[in-house]
Structure formats: structure tokens, C-alpha cells
Design a protein around this ligand. Structure first.
Ligand code: FAD
Length: 324
């Protein structure tokens, strides 16, 4: 018999986040034959994202929308999903391992008295034999876990599982009313975006990242041009952020964001262990560094020893030629 799986989907700027389609694919694997998948989407205005989600085969897409849900807020979002959790009675709940998913998952696990496995990068097997692989020690090792009892709560790292491909389904969209529970103890007063780029670094397929070797804020311009050409996002080492070359929202590493793009281009980054913690799981790593002994080359699939200010413009020009 299959499992009932609840996907807690997310949207950004009224668009469904890619990680939610990855969660849906994971849900399909975990639900098994005869299983049942329900998604829930919470936010200020969720109609557009709900339609995107409903295009994927599942029992229903539940929407909980209200002005007070426009920004993520732990108390409100939990209050919004809790009735759905109680009604669906899921065997498994899946969320993206995102800022809000990480916050919401343990609340749901606590409510269900469930076990939780976080930051999953691979799911293997079916039925009771399913195992979950997750990085530990800042990506230096992996552990494989399995649940001994249900329900299960799982968060998946963006960009690691295949996104769901079962489209064209027109699943029913069910709208649920929402009212703030009382008392509400905190309120988001303002959200100020620090970086002008709205592209989500953790979901980008290509990341062009700059380190201290970029030397200045202006030095990031050729990297930004390359990133844009490849429809990717800009990232940075902590040294580059500390030096004021770019905003901390771009920092990748142990104390920054964790990314697993298809292609990671490290420019003028030495490859300190704290930086590797945030990018070593990238599918293809290209390093450009003028020091042939830089440790980044130990984990790079392709390495170019040379000056990034000569190499990047040439690379961008060549790619432009190819694309044109
Ligand atoms: P550097 O190590 O100074 O390397 C610069 C590189 O640029 C050199 O290899 C040089 O050869 C190359 N270079 C210079 N000019 C050029 C050129 N023209 N062309 C090509 N190459 C050139 N770091 C992070 O990145 N993320 C984190 O989250 C993070 N967290 C940390 C947490 C803690 C607790 C600590 C102690 C440190 C943390 N760090 C983190 C800092 C980390 O240890 C390194 O200091 C940092 O990653 C170094 O950044 P970098 O590689 O840009 O600079």
C-alpha cells in the first residue's frame, strides 16, 4: 500500500520555487504505487504558483492565502499548514531545505510526533527500505539514514533531486480560509532586499563566484556579465564580502549559503575548507586561479591557471559567439 505524502510547496515573487517540484518528485518516489500526494502552498497571493503546481499530477493543491502571510513568519505559516496536516494525516511531509523550510519542518515534526531527516541530497530505495543520504561535517562526509517509525518529515536540499516531470494534470486547487491565531507574538514589519538580483543563488543552475582575487567591487563586473550570459547567479567567498566587494547575501560557504549548481565557476578563490563547505557538492567545478598550487584545484573538474581578468572576458566572448 502506498503512502500519503504532503508537500509543503514554496513560492517566490509569485512563482513556484524549483525546489518544490523537486519535493514533488521525491513525494512520488516515497508515495509509491497506490500512494496519495497533496501539496499545500501558503503566501500572500498564491494563485499563479498554485496553477503551476496543479499542472503536476497529484490529488490536490491546497492554497492558504492572506495578506498577513505575504512574508514568511513561523507562527503564521505553521498556523496555516497545521489544519491541512491534521486533515491529510500524512505518512510523509516533504519541504525544501530552504530558510523557511528549515524553520517550519521541526514544528511540523513536533506536531506530528514524527522523526525528521534534514538536508537530503539523495533518496534511495522504496517502501520501508527507503534511505536518505545527507552531507555531514560541512560536506566532508555523507551519512545514510532511514526511519524506524512514522510519520516522516524530510527536507531536501535544492538542486539535488530531479524536478517532477509529470505535467499536464490539472489537479484540483482547493482554497482554504486563514485567520491569524491568537496570540501572535511576532510580526514581520519590513523586508529589505539587499541584493538587486532576484535570482535565487541556491537554486541557480550556474554560479559564477568571485573571491579576494577579484580585487574590487568593479572587478565583479566581468563575473556578473558571464553569470548573466549563462542565466546563472553571482556568488562570492567570505573574503570578497569582508573586503566590501559585494554583499554578504552572495557569500557561499560554511557561514554563507550552500549551493549545488550544475556548474560552479570559482574565480580568484583559493579553496579554503570553509568555502568548500558551501560548494563542493556542485556537479561540475571550474576553477580560475593564477596560483597553480591553490587548493581549489584539488576539487575542480577543470582548472585554468591564469589571470581571471584575462580569462573571463575571453570565455564570455567565446560563449557569446557560440550562443549567437
Ligand atoms: P584568498 O584565500 O585570499 O584567495 C584569493 C585567491 O585569488 C588566491 O588563491 C589567489 O591566487 C587568487 N588570485 C588573486 N588574483 C588573481 C587573479 N587576478 N586571477 C586569478 N586568481 C587570482 N570563507 C568563505 O568563502 N565562506 C564562508 O562561509 C566562510 N566561513 C568561515 C567561517 C569561519 C569560522 C572562518 C574562520 C573562516 C570562514 N571563511 C569562509 C574564510 C575562509 O577561511 C577563507 O579565508 C576565505 O574563503 C578565503 O577567500 P578567498 O579564497 O576569496 O581569498
Amino acid at each position: 500500500m502506498g503512502k500519503t505524502v504532503l508537500v509543503i510547496a514554496e513560492q517566490k515573487d509569485q512563482k513556484l520555487r524549483q525546489v518544490s517540484l523537486e519535493a514533488l518528485a521525491a513525494a512520488r518516489q516515497l508515495a509509491g504505487d497506490g500512494g496519495n500526494i497533496v501539496s499545500v502552498l501558503v503566501g500572500g497571493h498564491v494563485d499563479a504558483a498554485a496553477e503551476q503546481l496543479a499542472d503536476h499530477d497529484q490529488s490536490q493543491v491546497v492554497c492558504v492565502a492572506a495578506d498577513t502571510l505575504a512574508s514568511y513568519d513561523a507562527e503564521r505559516y505553521f498556523a496555516a499548514v497545521q489544519p491541512v496536516v491534521d486533515e491529510v494525516k500524512p505518512d510523509v511531509v516533504i519541504l525544501g531545505h530552504t530558510a523557511s523550510g528549515r524553520d517550519l519542518a521541526p514544528k511540523i515534526a513536533c506536531h506530528l510526533d514524527a522523526g525528521q531527516v534534514s538536508d537530503v541530497v539523495a533518496i534511495e530505495g522504496t517502501g520501508a527500505e527507503v534511505t536518505f543520504k545527507r552531507p555531514i561535517y560541512a560536506g566532508k562526509a555523507f551519512e545514510t539514514k532511514r526511519f524506524l517509525a512514522g510519520p516522516w518529515v524530510v527536507t531536501i536540499r535544492p538542486n539535488n533531486l530531479q524536478a517532477d516531470a509529470k505535467t499536464g494534470a490539472a489537479a484540483p486547487i482547493v482554497k482554504r480560509p486563514y485567520a491569524d491565531p491568537a496570540p501572535i507574538r511576532t510580526q514581520v514589519v519590513n523586508v529589505q532586499s539587499k541584493s538587486g538580483d532576484t535570482r535565487d543563488l541556491t537554486e541557480a543552475k550556474v554560479v559564477v563566484s568571485g573571491g579576494r582575487g577579484v580585487r574590487s567591487a568593479e572587478g565583479f563586473a566581468p563575473l556578473a556579465e558571464l553569470a548573466e550570459l549563462l542565466d546563472g547567479a553571482l556568488g562570492a567567498s567570505r573574503a570578497a564580502c569582508d573586503a566590501g566587494y559585494c554583499d554578504y547575501s552572495l557569500q557561499i560557504g560554511q557561514t554563507g549559503k550552500v549551493v549545488t549548481p550544475d556548474v560552479y565557476i570559482a574565480c580568484g578563490i583559493s579553496g579554503a575548507i570553509q568555502h568548500l563547505a558551501g560548494m563542493s557538492q556542485s556537479k561540475l567545478i571550474i576553477a580560475i586561479n593564477k596560483d597553480g598550487e591553490a587548493p581549489i584545484f584539488d576539487i575542480a573538474d577543470y582548472g585554468v591557471v591564469g589571470d581571471l581578468f584575462e580569462i573571463i572576458p575571453k570565455l564570455t566572448a567565446k560563449l557569446r559567439e557560440k550562443i549567437a
